[in-house]
Design a protein around this ligand. Structure first.
Ligand code: FAD
Ligand code: SF4
Ligand code: SF4
Length: 653
């Protein structure tokens, strides 16, 4: 005999201020299976939960319906409450009276009518609710970190320090990411390499970290606690016995554009990205190597005293099992060619802020001397243009890149140190400096003699006969048209997502936002989790962040990973798919659509092939149920009877 308890939550005035709860309660009492109806101001509170527990005993209830906020908020709370009350936690059904009703309607009578329909559908559906159970799955106590910038390094170190093994995969030949390209860092102006290198070395030599550089993740299957990851280790053509002596670079005739130096110079075909690289093992870029292009050369091999160079190396694929994954793949910068007025990128004296960082750096193309690229001239009049690609819905991105005001202020201060008589003009739209010590840092830059901040958008850059650039725009504070002649223009280009972020999101089964940054599960309450259990985010791959924020998010992520990997077992989901073997025709459409590879083929005694579900992998997404034309699949807790009953009930109105 089904005995349903209906509990209606006012959610303060969120629901109670719109839906007439007394009328709704009266309506619910009329259903034959309903044994009791109770409404209360906050059912999620401890007294509210006690009301449910007490009612289960008093009325001998065996189904519970809570009409409240979204199950995303309190499903767990109410499941625990009814479990404490002695019922199987899956005998709960939540009707969303808030997001689906009171928050989207103003008319109280109409909202109450809709709430009645939703409750009726819920009550009729709940009759089919069945007790469900979970199984314990052993956890693989190893983590994968994808991306070896400061975010990935910090997350890997925190996890490894807690005694858990980490595989750190970086696509470039060295870890370090963008931070390794920077010279000094705001707000303290400490040298980037000095604070990053010790962490890189720690990560490189940590007994619990396995570094896989020049490698990429190509496939991920499985689920939280037990992911199977395929990694492609690209051929380096140099063994790890390489001492990084550099003898081979000197003799190598192969050259190509140096992307690490933001295309400001060229590098050899055999190279080490930068002096502090970890690992300090050379790599041959086969697209620039004469041997790979013409079949002739190998002079590097002759020069290498320890025979570290091996042209027969090939890409190697391997599989690793991990329990949790951290995505820390970082960012790119906006391509300013989208703005015709800033040129095509071919002009020597229009550069990006990241290029300026390389000019500042002692490992950069000019030995830390700021020169106009391609010349030996020291710039004396420099114009900075902020928000290039940021806050511009027409040609760029709608969001604020968050770091450009601060790094431009940093650049002005560093330039004043290097070139004391330099004249600097900064064109800005707004100045945004939230952060500890940030406003003071900006004020320091603004108060320096020779640094002039102008609020306004630049409309045109035109080349002058002497090779300099005339920057024309409007001072929006004074309402004046301004033009400044510059021998170097620096564009503070927006932070954008990695160009292949969508590809990785497909491999991992996680989502991205409208700007292709990876999406967090909840912007406030689950800021480092993704919607896929066991996969977490760290750093700027989620949206613009400076280094302090990046490091904080990486450590938060590490704590979440440890929360999973410190357990020996995790519970499987209860709401997984079941197969009715008599209905399965063996078409295996389901196998193709399952994003978690949770479906296998199984041979029956009569030789027929049918689908079978690997419960530990099934995430209950329901994709297979929708794909099955024979109706052979059903999702526990959402079976066809329940969904049809609920839908038919709603159709009565
Ligand atoms: P990244 O540094 O981008 O690292 C991501 C790593 O992941 C890279 O090594 C990349 O190769 C790797 N990767 C990407 N995709 C894959 C893949 N599919 N598989 C494997 N590996 C992959 N912040 C400050 O706090 N102070 C400053 O002074 C400062 N100055 C800046 C100046 C400029 C001009 C710019 C543009 C930024 C500046 N920043 C500064 C911001 C700083 O660069 C970032 O906050 C920081 O680098 C973010 O680190 P991350 O690890 O999240 O990303
Ligand atoms: Fe350079 Fe390739 Fe020749 Fe070696 S074989 S020296 S990497 S061009
Ligand atoms: Fe795969 Fe179906 Fe489970 Fe979704 S519900 S994970 S498609 S088996």
């Amino acid at each position: 005999m089904v005995r349903i308890g209906v509990f209606l939550c006012h959610c303060g005035t969120n629901i109670g201020g719109v839906v007439k709860m007394d009328q709704l309660a009266e309506y619910c009492r009329d259903f034959s299976y309903v044994s009791t109806v109770i409404d209360y101001k906050y059912l999620c509170s401890q007294p509210g939960q006690s009301i449910i527990k007490d009612a289960i005993k008093k009325y001998d209830l065996n189904r519970i319906i809570v009409g409240s906020c979204s199950p995303r908020m309190h499903e767990k709370t109410f499941r625990n409450a009814i479990k404490d009350g002695g019922l199987n936690p899956y005998l709960l059904h939540i009707v969303n009276l808030r997001e689906h009703c009171s928050w989207v309607h103003k008319d109280r009578d109409k909202a109450t009518d809709k709430a009645k329909s939703l409750m009726r559908a819920g009550i009729e559906r709940a009759v089919f609710n069945k007790p469900l159970s979970t199984v314990k799955i052993p956890v693989t106590k190893k983590a994968l970190v994808i991306g070896g910038g400061i975010a990935g390094i910090q997350a890997a170190l925190d996890i490894a320090d807690a005694g858990i093994e980490v595989v750190l995969v970086e696509r470039e030949p060295s870890i370090g990411g963008r931070m390794s390209q920077l010279d000094k860092t705001f707000p303290t102006l400490d040298c980037s390499a000095c604070i990053l290198s010790p962490k890189m070395v720690d990560a490189g030599f940590h007994p619990n970290i396995t570094l896989k550089t020049y490698a990429e993740v190509t496939n991920v299957s499985g689920s939280v606690g037990n992911f199977k990851v395929t990694i492609n280790n690209k051929a380096r053509y140099v063994h790890s016995s390489c001492t990084g002596c550099g003898d081979c670079f000197k003799v190598c005739p192969g050259k190509c554009v140096n992307s690490y130096n933001e295309s400001l110079d060229k590098r050899k075909a055999i190279y080490i990205q930068f002096p502090q690289a970890v690992p300090a093992t050379a790599v041959i870029d086969s697209s620039a190597c004469l041997y790979f292009k013409t079949g002739k050369c190998k002079v590097c091999q002759k020069k290498c005293n320890i025979n570290a160079i091996d042209f027969d190396m090939t890409d190697q694929t391997e599989e690793v099992d991990v329990g949790a994954i951290v995505v820390a793949t970082g960012y790119d910068v906006f391509d300013y060619k989208a703005y015709g007025e800033y040129g095509t990128g071919s002009s020597n004296n229009i550069i990006s802020s990241l290029q300026l960082e390389r000019l500042f750096s002692s490992s950069g193309p000019t030995d830390a001397k700021v020169k106009i690229p391609g010349t030996d001239k020291t710039p004396k009049n420099i114009v900075f243009i902020q928000c290039v690609g940021s806050r511009d819905e027409k040609k760029g991105k709608t969001y604020c890149s968050k770091i450009c005001c601060m790094y431009t202020a940093k650049h002005t201060l560093l330039l004043k140190e290097k070139i004391p008589d330099v004249q600097i003009t900064v064109f800005y739209l707004d100045l945004r400096t939230p952060g500890k010590g940030y406003e003071e840092f900006l004020t320091r830059a603004q108060s320096q003699e020779g640094i002039n901040y102008i609020r306004g958008r630049v409309s045109k850059l035109s080349r002058r006969p002497d090779g300099s650039v005339r920057v024309s725009g409007v001072d929006t504070l004074l309402g004046d048209i301004v033009s400044v002649d510059a021998d170097l223009v620096v564009l503070a280009t927006a932070v954008v997502s990695k160009n292949d972020a969508k590809d990785l999101s497909r491999i991992l089964g996680i989502s991205t936002d409208k700007d292709s940054f990876f999406s967090e599960a909840h912007p406030k309450l689950k800021p480092v989790e993704t919607q896929t259990a066991g996969i977490f985010l760290a750093g700027i791959c989620q949206g613009p962040k400076d280094i302090p924020e990046t490091v904080a998010s990486a450590s938060a992520t590490a704590a979440k990973v440890l929360g999973i990997l410190s357990k020996d077992h995790i519970e499987s989901l209860a709401m997984t798919t079941t197969v009715n073997e008599t209905k399965c025709s063996g078409c295996f459409f389901c196998l193709q659509v399952c994003p978690y590879k949770a479906i296998e083929k199984k041979e029956l005694e009569n030789g027929e092939m049918v689908s079978t579900i690997k419960e530990e992998l099934c995430q209950g997404c329901g994709a297979c149920v929708a794909a099955c034309r024979g109706g052979a699949l059903d999702l526990k807790g959402f079976d066809n009877n329940m969904l049809l009953t609920e839908t038919m009930s709603l159709c009565q109105d």
